[in-house]
Design a protein around this ligand. Structure first.
Ligand code: ZN
Length: 248
């Protein structure tokens, strides 16, 4: 083969074939970036995906762990999507050993916080365990402990239809590398309370936004999470009022 022909073949592959292979990636194989934002979904013009990264506070003083669970009237904002009447979810049982024996209670308690105000509007149905641990558009709404980049405690991905703003899929990946724990009745500043953070993440499933200002520090949808924090377990008046405007 002549050098010119070889060069031509290499260039042809690079310019014409490679871009086609990349763009032909199936929507279910594509993973959204782990950065806050709204993204197009390759191959699915009818969908977008929104990513929420739950960070630890980056400013001092760090929130006081085990603080009292104050109410808040600051109304939580909407993301713009809503869940249909029935929403199933799968749980990946491969979690840190510190929470594995309580996992089903942690997950159910977290959903119960939302089931109460959404009674008659959204039914959350547990569909069983899954070994899926990545955020992909695979038709399963999952809760998993896996790897997330950087210092995120957890990341939630919501795919939604741009036409009617109904959610298409919701995945939450909690960051395995942190110290997780759980105690129903008291807080412990040596770990991140799994129910506390998961309840917040499920707030994104139902269509609520993050808030980072001091007015929202007591809300479940306050965007930062701290060790020992358990106040996100219970919704504030402002969280419930935000919910009411999505599900009137
Ligand atoms: Zn959040």
């Amino acid at each position: 083969m002549s050098k010119k022909l070889l060069l031509f073949l290499i260039l042809a592959f690079g310019f014409f074939i490679l871009p086609f292979v990349v763009s032909a990636q199936k929507p279910e194989d594509w993973e959204p970036p782990e950065r806050n934002g709204v993204y197009d979904v390759p191959g699915r013009k009818d969908l977008k995906v929104r990513v929420f990264v739950h960070e630890r506070p980056n400013q001092s003083p760090v929130l006081i762990a085990c603080a009292v669970d104050n109410n808040s009237n600051a109304v939580t904002g909407e993301t713009g999507w809503y869940l249909p009447t029935n929403w199933t979810y799968y749980v990946n049982p491969s979690v840190p050993s510190s929470i594995s024996s309580n996992l089903s209670t942690i997950v159910e308690n977290s959903f119960n916080a939302w089931r109460t105000p959404l009674s008659g509007k959204v039914n959350f149905n547990y569909a069983g365990t899954t070994n899926i641990g990545v955020k992909k558009l695979d038709g399963k709404n999952i809760i998993a402990w896996g790897r997330t980049s950087g210092s995120a405690l957890g990341v939630t991905y919501t795919w939604y239809y741009t036409a009617n703003h109904q959610a298409a899929e919701t995945d939450t990946i909690m960051n395995k590398k942190f110290a997780w724990g759980w105690n129903e009745f008291q807080c412990d500043s040596s770990y991140y309370d799994a129910q506390n953070i998961l309840t917040h993440e499920l707030g994104h499933w139902v269509g609520l936004n993050d808030h980072y200002t001091d007015a929202y520090v007591d809300n479940t949808m306050y965007g930062y999470g701290s060790k020992g924090e358990i106040k996100k377990d219970t919704l504030t008046t402002g969280d419930i009022n935000g919910l009411s405007s999505i599900y009137p």
